[in-house]
Ligand binder design. Structure first.
Ligand SMILES: C[S@@+](CC[C@H](N)C(=O)[O-])C[C@H]1O[C@@H](n2cnc3c(N)ncnc32)[C@H](O)[C@@H]1O
Length: 313
């Protein structure tokens, strides 16, 4: 019996299945203060980059952000009729969960985030979505906790994903994060991680090193994963069917929106805005400006989608 089945089903409620993990003050400050600003990037609160497919309009950002959710879903390989349990590791305010729920009408979707404000906001957004879009949000569970050390039972999920959230995990190999994902998945379960990865340490030279440190500071990231170490950890945990998709060109069209969104944001929220600009909010403006200077092909950071299957013992 898994943890989810032993809990009363609460409509889009936080499920306090263990003493809540405490986010680092910097992470809490960043996401609580800059979190509302993500509305300027995505009306649906997608806190990630978009995925461009040929035929899509690169000037329309929201469909590309939504497309990224669907790319994750494709790689989870969950048949729509399956009553699967799916875990979003670092769920933000639940945009991907709300996107997946209607496409997997028999699935139970659980999102975990360490930031309490996101649980509150995700709960509100789920309630609004239920009315407006008829999303059955009763199948979405929100849990405040640390994805490196959760209270869920072992092998209680059929699939798990981390969309631009694994970067916050410890170390260049993300070993704690991957070990927890491995513990939570049933044998044969799928893991999909979409994020920026360091291609190799040597690529960080001179000013890039300082820019990289500043980027990590802005987004409260200890370090991005180094791709080769990440893959080595997956292999040593007995994940199989490991696939790396280099998606830099897929996300690029959405990154081209950053200057326009930033300029608009500076006018509406900084010049004429009512909320006080804090360090965290400035960092959220600065980070996307630094990012292109570190991105592939010139820089060491490359956007990849890594998928894998938990091996049978
Ligand atoms: C950039 S946001 C991405 C959110 C979401 N995946 C999306 O695409 O909209 C990163 C997320 O990782 C979460 N996160 C960071 N460290 C975490 C941890 N140790 N445990 C759980 N969540 C964490 C943050 O709270 C945030 O929700």
């Amino acid at each position: 019996m898994n943890t989810l089945e032993t809990q009363p089903v609460l409509e889009t409620a936080t499920e306090p299945i263990a003493p809540a993990a405490v986010p680092s003050p910097a992470l809490d400050e960043y996401y609580s203060e800059a979190g509302p600003d993500y509305a300027a990037w995505s009306a649906a609160y997608n806190m990630h980059f978009g995925y461009f497919r040929w035929g899509a309009n690169p000037f329309h950002r929201e469909p590309m952000l939504e497309r990224m959710n669907l790319e994750i879903l494709d790689r989870l390989r969950i048949p729509a009729a399956t009553p699967a349990h799916i875990l979003d590791m670092g769920c933000g305010v639940g945009a991907t969960l709300r996107s997946l729920a209607p496409r997997l009408p028999h699935a139970t979707l659980t999102g975990i985030t360490i930031v309490p404000w996101q649980i509150e906001r995700a709960t509100q957004l789920n309630q609004t979505a239920r009315g407006a879009e008829r999303i059955d949000t009763a199948r979405i569970h929100l849990v405040q906790g640390d994805y490196e050390q959760t209270a869920f039972d072992s092998a209680s999920f059929d699939a798990a994903y981390a969309l631009e959230s694994s970067c916050h995990a410890h170390g260049r190999d993300k070993a704690l994060f991957l070990a927890e994902a491995h513990r939570l998945l049933r044998p044969g379960g799928r893991l999909v991680v979409a994020d920026g990865f360091l291609r190799r340490d040597l690529a960080l030279i001179g000013p890039q090193r300082a820019l990289y440190r500043r980027l990590c500071e802005c987004w409260v990231i200890e370090t991005f994963a180094e791709l080769s170490l990440f893959l080595h950890t997956l292999t040593s945990l007995n994940f199989t069917d490991i696939k790396v998709e280099r998606a830099q060109l897929r996300v690029a069209p959405s990154t081209f929106h950053i200057p326009i969104v930033t300029a608009k944001f500076l006018l509406t929220d900084v010049v004429f805005g009512k909320r006080r600009m804090t360090r965290a909010r400035w960092n959220n403006i600065l980070a996307p400006v630094i990012l292109p200077l570190l991105g592939a092909p010139l820089g060491p950071l490359e956007y990849c989608i890594v998928s894998a299957t938990k091996g049978h013992a």
